[in-house]
Design a protein. Structure first.
Length: 169
């Protein structure tokens, strides 16, 4: 049975924004599974995700400390519709990322990561798919912030879409 997914990371609330963009909250409310690849910054945001998500798969990032590290793992693993996922915040430099991650996660089909704030969707020669949804609140060198959605269905990840988040005025 198809499972709808939302991927986000590097939300940095309330440091980079007071709240998440409305379209992302709407996507979270509608999704079967929400994946957050770290850098929450504040516990109340995690609480809101837990309240609003049907199922949350999440990790802490390098900017998450104290209670966030107590409540979240560094690496999360789950299987959804026959797809083996791992979630981690940091994967290191872009150069050599596919080979490095394939060696670190040999038993995974999709690795979701954050940290760079730069959307990323590649597949390593081993078949490992690497996804970074970007950041919905801190676009860095990108034209806009982003988050991603997809569908897990019968062992396939399909309809992966990166959604632009317009800058707040």
């Amino acid at each position: 049975m198809p499972v709808s997914l939302v991927f986000t990371a590097d939300t940095h609330v309330p440091k980079r924004a007071r709240d998440l963009p409305h379209p992302l909250w709407s996507a979270i409310d509608a999704a079967d599974v929400v994946v957050h690849a770290g850098d929450w910054v504040d516990v109340p945001l995690l609480d809101r995700f837990e309240e609003r998500s049907r199922r949350l798969v999440a990790v802490y990032g390098n900017n998450d400390h104290g209670p966030l590290r107590e409540r979240l793992p560094e690496v999360a693993r789950t299987e959804i519709e026959g797809i083996r996922f791992a979630v981690v915040h940091e994967t290191g430099d872009a150069k050599g990322r596919e080979a490095r991650c394939a060696a670190r996660f040999p038993d995974v089909d999709v690795l979701v990561f954050g940290h760079s704030h730069i959307p990323w969707d590649t597949t390593a020669p081993s078949g490992l798919r690497l996804l970074n949804p970007g950041s919905p609140t801190d676009r860095r060198r990108q034209p806009h912030g982003t988050y991603a959605t997809a569908v897990a269905d019968a062992g396939r990840l399909r309809d992966v879409t990166f959604h632009p988040v317009p800058p707040r005025r």
